[in-house]
Design a protein around this ligand. Structure first.
Ligand SMILES: CC(C)(COP(=O)(O)OP(=O)(O)OC[C@H]1O[C@@H](n2cnc3c(N)ncnc32)[C@H](O)[C@@H]1OP(=O)(O)O)[C@@H](O)C(=O)NCCC(=O)NCCS
Length: 188
């Protein structure tokens, strides 16, 4: 499995010691505002198991994120295959979830750029998508920062989300052609 490095971050394999801080962020109401429920420790560990198993199998996935200066684990950023049917499927999704203390420093966008580069470089994907609850403005801002475009015609009701106010999702897309056209000069 490939690890990725940016100026400030290491995108790496998951480690056993990530489990405790991962459970803390999955139980934080602010981090989980746009998800149907907080995760228990058991559910958080099960999610980490699934992420690790996919990374082992595929060689890519949702990388664990470390701040290089401190070695602190702050969450994940990476690629996943949505596990439900929708008009835009099949597709590979780019996504992120960071501890509240790590917000507001550009870490998610910095990690996402290296993941997009991996998707279009090593994986040779032609496009990636990103999905979010309509009201998740912070996530949508990350999408815009890395050059993704909202496709209103692709917005959809998530079939696996129960609460009505969290069901409507936006669809953003980034093509390899647009990524290359934007070059390395994309604003931070
Ligand atoms: C979505 C999420 C990762 C976005 O985090 P974020 O901190 O807003 O995004 P970034 O890490 O890209 O940081 C951008 C902010 O850092 C600021 N910043 C500070 N230093 C910076 C730097 N060196 N470089 C770039 N931006 C910097 C930017 O100005 C921006 O601030 P703003 O939000 O006030 O405009 C975070 O809110 C989260 O984990 N949410 C919960 C999980 C979730 O909803 N995931 C998505 C599901 S679809």
């Amino acid at each position: 499995m490939r690890e990725l490095e940016t100026d400030r971050l290491l995108l790496r394999h998951w480690r056993p010691e990530d489990r405790a801080p991962f459970a803390v962020l999955n139980a934080d109401p602010e981090v989980m505002e746009h998800f149907p429920a907080l995760l228990t420790r058991r559910e958080s560990d099960a999610l980490a198991d699934r992420i690790e198993a996919h990374m082992e199998y595929a060689g890519w996935g949702l990388w664990a994120l470390d701040v290089r200066a401190t070695g602190a684990f702050i969450g994940f950023t990476g690629l996943a295959r949505p596990g439900f049917e929708a008009p835009f499927m099949p597709a590979i999704e780019i996504g992120w979830r960071l501890a509240r203390t790590a917000w507001g420093q550009g870490f998610a966008s910095e990690a996402a750029r290296s993941v997009a580069q991996f998707a279009f470089g090593a994986l040779e994907l032609e496009q990636i998508v990103s999905l979010a609850v309509v009201a998740n403005q912070r996530s949508r801002a990350v999408m815009r920062r890395i050059g993704m475009h909202h496709e209103p015609d692709g917005d959809f009701d998530h079939p696996q989300v129960g609460p009505p106010h969290l069901r409507r999702h936006v669809l953003y897309r980034l093509t390899a052609a647009d990524w290359r056209a934007a070059g390395a000069s994309a604003p931070a």
